[in-house]
Design a protein around this ligand. Sequence first.
Ligand SMILES: [Mg+2]
Length: 375
Amino acid sequence: MKHDHIEDVTFWPIDIPTTDPFVVATGSRTVAENVFVRIRLNDSTEGYGEAAPFPEVGGEDRESCLQTLARLAPSLIGQPVHDYRALSRHLAEQAPSQPAARCAIETALLDAYCRTITIHLWRIWGGADVRPRVTDITIPIATQDKTLSLARSWYERGFRLFKMKVGNDVDADVHRLETLHRALPGISFIGDGNQGFTRAECLAFVDGVRRFGGVIVLLEQPVVRDDLDSLVAIRRDTGIPVAADESVRSLDDARRVITQGAADYINIKIMKTGVLEAAEIVSLTLNSGLKLMIGGMLESRIAMGCSFSMVLGMKGFEVLDLDTPLLLATDPVQGGYRYDGPTLQPWQEPGLGCSVPVPANAHTTNIRGDNPSRP
Ligand SMILES: [Mg+2]
């Protein structure tokens, strides 16, 4: 057997509390209920991946991810990791509506593959521009006081682009932005409605922010995902770029948004589509003349490192929303990229360059009986 065959697949749930309640228009979280995956090859190379399901966006939860991983893992055993594209297609056929679970496996495959041939994960995507990059910071829906205290602490750490979760209450949203605008000089906003606004409410929100002089650089998914007509109208009536997030959960969704002229940006998230389909959406988006942003659900630096690798390896990501590890109270990841204020610093080691400790009770699928050299 060659040296890059998959020997075992191990996965386990992990709870990571958030520093503050993560409240958006469609739901809230105080704990990221994620799943880590480790794939080990027969030369002992390891690769890591993560599923961060967000039920309100993708319909998956942790339980369904664990069940999907248990179902998919046996088909990977003994397969060559350099066939990661074929393996990914197989996973998509077997679990079409479980992209977060597939994302975890795909990330671990890519990581293991890159480590066996000693390249950084970003090399997989083609060219590379490995300069450090700056992310925005997300402010969840909260009271005025809480919004200001959160934003002030990020501001002091150097953040200037604030992604404001909005969409529940136009007046309260406008007041929250106004409070920050008056207290923190030089900031600008992304307004992320998470489908919470009607078209009219979104227009009222923009009017309200303009009245006090606030700068909105992007309106993200103001209305429900299927209402592309309203996205078109909001682009036209506000003159502010619109990003499609929940509206794009597949390559077909992206085609629809592009064809209808419903967005200026597509928000890439590997949890919505899996990793390789996300890369296809990137190509389609750029070829169509639209712009890219990239974000996450509530993931640690494992999944976010994979997203960051796409930024480093592909051109065209103009807005980075790669902040979710900063919203978590603990960081279970060793090594990998790091944050320097709002700046993400690339890593040195091959693959993702990071790992997480495997707990004793993790679920493992393997061929140990076929390989007595391993204890
Ligand atoms: Mg969003």
